[in-house]
Design a protein around this ligand. Structure first.
Ligand SMILES: CC(C)(COP(=O)(O)OP(=O)(O)OC[C@H]1O[C@@H](n2cnc3c(N)ncnc32)[C@H](O)[C@@H]1OP(=O)(O)O)[C@@H](O)C(=O)NCCC(=O)NCCS
Length: 211
């Protein structure tokens, strides 16, 4: 599903079934050795997806470790993003000669828990939520913000609060994020898709000089 909302030049891979932990490099396994089984499964399967995506770009399998803020550390020359939710794991990777940053997110197409929308949204976002049949717009807004954070962090290495980006969701499956803090970019353009009980969002920002 995520591949439908990413540019063709971005390599992605998805899995709905979990991979065995033997698929991890020892340095990766060390990162999750004390984690709960569910966390180990999502971490492992997302790494398998990431290696499949890297292979599509002709890049050899290598450990994908996590940085101090839990960001994935990609091999030189690529940017990418990982997401996982119940029954869905995905990775998306692009060459850094083509893309400055990538952020992806998957969520169940279910309402947010009570009270969370007020915590993660601005008043104008709650007012201008677009209509889309069968899509839980509060969850979609949350997912778009998660993708924004995952695209923002590698560019800045800075935290971004939910109140620091204003999202406009369009019913045509796109969204815009206006950043309300100073930084190297003023916003992001992204895409979204809701299907099969899932919502996915993606940002892949091309380099301005991309041919
Ligand atoms: C980090 C965060 C975005 C992860 O989202 P999530 O819905 O919990 O989980 P997902 O499964 O979709 O994504 C998890 C993956 O995100 C990636 N990720 C985590 N922190 C990251 C960061 N700082 N930068 C980029 N990617 C990051 C990791 O690859 C992680 O998977 P892994 O630990 O197995 O490698 C979320 O937990 C968070 O901290 N959000 C608060 C910040 C925010 O969203 N601000 C809104 C700005 S408008």
């Amino acid at each position: 599903m995520i591949e439908e909302i990413l540019p063709a030049e971005v390599a992605s891979a998805v899995s709905r079934l979990d991979a065995p932990e033997a698929a991890l490099f020892p340095t990766e396994r060390a990162l999750i050795s004390s984690a709960a089984p569910r966390r180990r499964a999502e971490f492992t399967t997302a790494r398998v997806c990431a290696r499949q995506a890297l292979a599509r770009l002709g890049i050899a399998a290598a450990p994908i470790l996590s940085g101090a803020r839990r960001e994935p550390i990609w091999p030189d020359g690529v940017v990418g993003s990982i997401t996982h939710c119940a029954g869905y794991r995905a990775a998306a990777i692009g060459r850094s000669t083509w893309f400055t940053t990538i952020g992806i997110d998957a969520e169940p197409n279910e309402p947010l828990p009570d009270g969370l929308l007020e915590h993660i949204s601005l008043p104008q976002e709650r007012r201008r939520r677009a209509h889309a049949d069968g899509t839980h717009l509060d969850r979609l807004l949350f997912s778009a913000k998660e993708s924004v954070y995952k695209a923002w962090f590698p560019l800045t290495r800075r935290w971004l609060g939910f109140e620091q980006a204003a999202i406009t969701l369009e019913p045509d499956g796109t969204f815009d994020a206006e950043l309300l803090v100073a930084g190297p970019v003023s916003g992001f353009h992204g895409r979204w898709l809701a299907r099969d009980e899932l919502i996915v969002t993606a940002i892949a920002t091309p380099r301005p000089e991309t041919p």
